[in-house]
Design a protein around this ligand. Sequence first.
Ligand code: 3PG
Length: 220
Amino acid sequence: MTDAISRTVPRMAEKIASIDALCARARIMPVITIAREEDILPLADALDAGGLQVLEITLRSPHGLSAIRRLRQERPHLCVGAGTVLDRQMLAAVEEAGAQFVVSPGSTDELLRAALESPLPLLPGVASASEIMLGYALGYRRFKLFPAEVCGGVAALKAFAGPFGDVRFCPTGGVGPANLQHYMALTNVMCVGGSWMLGNTQGWDAVRQASAEALALLDR
Ligand code: 3PG
């Protein structure tokens, strides 16, 4: 029996429920590109100490896959997803590395269809109504709005609530302390993503503090 046959592929409804659960836990999802291997654990620990436990590790650096592998082994209480997954090959690689969810900056038919066969839930990137419709036709109901501020931000999300009443978003790109409350006040936003809290990765306590402060804004 091959891996492709033996692995369990949840139905879309179950994947949507997993995304809802992890976004509810996250509220803010750091988008992390690991520049140096030695940063992986202290950076994750600083975010964790600040209250952020659902992490998107991008494949934009050569350390992305090893970071996912390492965090899954050494920090099993964190929820570790893979970001910047662009195609079927990258999807297979992050599955193998142990990612718990997958995020893409945009939507291609190839990736959307490949993810239907994957055990992992995909949060596909969208920037327009047409892209939402591509995913919607395949059963997707949860999307990353990217780059959120550039493609219309809060106003775009309010407009999408009309035609796509059962769709929810994780806006990412230009989100930060100045606007995250506006995003989170929308009923079709489940969490926000961003990299502002990572700041200068030399200062782990600054990362912890920026994370905690951002979460505190949501409790006001
Ligand atoms: C992403 O890829 O999601 C972005 O790099 C995160 O956006 P930000 O850097 O504007 O927070």
